[in-house]
Write a protein that binds this ligand. Structure first.
Ligand code: RUB
Length: 308
């Protein structure tokens, strides 16, 4: 049972984090909250479910998986609360099942791009990127991973623990070592928070730096992204909002107080232009970034584009 306010708080405070996990938790919270609304009239139900959707979507701004999951879950065509709840429960179960299966598919498709002996660099903690790495390793390929620390929240520590537990040889580096170490890397695999219609990738701050260094060194960059990480509203020219987080994540607030002329910027994500990406590995296959519109149209549906 996912409590609405508790789940929203966990997403806001990053106890639940990573675009895929956020999407699944939001879908489950919407489903479980919908179940409590059976006594409402059709009109009251609609108002209430839209309010729940707003609460969930406002928790974090960048990962489009969150509004996509909420929109796909709350969509229904019923005229009374009981039927609407049944539709929403079915939507959520389908979304969560597809999300889990998507990781397996991404793992299998992406693993084909990994050769025996490859050294893979990854950034932050992406369970889609890790699905590819683990699948290749399970296939018997002798691979190793270079994982960035991913300041300031150090999600790289989650990655190295997960890879360690899977028995995959892993090296941890600080983010600023990326360019120096790139010569030892065969390919880069990262996850996605959002992919725009032009194929640009929005992912953890520092991703574009990996892509830049990889391009300079002529190494391939793969993005592991479920189809629900593509952003329908970018078709209408909407920009993906980059989350700005607290300076407390970067520097001790007492130290900062001593320096009145200093301010801190802490953007949590950055944008990698499509030219820096070789292939996007999705649950529907591997596509070049130029095919992002096709993915949105065929696999998400243009009815998710909000024309209001
Ligand atoms: C996580 C992050 C991940 C993507 C993809 O950022 O940038 O690379 O969300 O992850 P944060 P996944 O820790 O700020 O949420 O593949 O697990 O969906």
């Amino acid at each position: 049972m996912y409590d609405l306010m508790d789940t929203a708080e966990k997403i806001r405070t990053m106890e639940i984090r990573g675009a895929g996990r956020i999407a699944v938790a939001a879908s489950a919270a919407l489903r479980d909250h919908a179940r409590t609304l059976s006594s409402l009239s059709a009109e009251e139900f609609e108002k209430s479910i839209n309010e729940v959707a707003r609460i969930l979507v406002e928790t974090r701004p960048t990962a489009v998986s969150l509004p996509n999951a909420v929109a796909l879950t709350k969509k229904h065509s019923s005229r009374n609360a009981t039927e609407a709840i049944a539709e929403i429960v079915a939507n959520s179960e389908r979304f969560i099942k597809n999300a889990n299966e998507a990781l397996d598919k991404i793992g299998r498709v992406g693993a084909r791009r990994i050769r025996d002996g490859d050294v893979i660099m990854t950034h932050c903690n992406s369970h889609a990127a890790i699905a590819i790495i683990k699948t290749a390793f399970k296939q018997g390929k002798k691979i190793s991973v270079i994982a960035t620390e991913s300041r300031p929240r150090r999600q790289g520590f989650i990655t190295i623990r997960e890879l360690n537990d899977a028995g995959i040889p892993t090296t941890l580096i600080v983010d600023s070592a990326v360019r120096l170490v790139m010569k030892d890397v065969d390919l880069v695999i990262v996850g996605a928070d959002s992919i725009a219609v032009n194929g640009a990738l929005v992912n953890k701050i520092g991703t574009s730096q990996l892509a830049l260094a990889a391009r300079e060194a002529r190494k391939n960059v793969l993005v592991a992204a479920e189809t629900y990480k593509f952003s329908p509203n970018t078709i209408l020219g909407q920009m993906v909002e980059i989350e700005d987080r607290s300076s407390n994540e970067v520097i001790d607030p007492d130290m900062l107080k001593e320096m009145p002329n200093v301010k801190v910027r802490n953007p949590a994500f950055d944008i990698t232009p499509p030219e820096y990406i070789d292939l996007i590995i999705t649950d529907a296959g591997a596509f070049p970034p130029a095919m992002a519109y096709m993915v949105i149209k065929e696999y998400l549906g243009l009815d998710l584009v909000d024309l209001k």
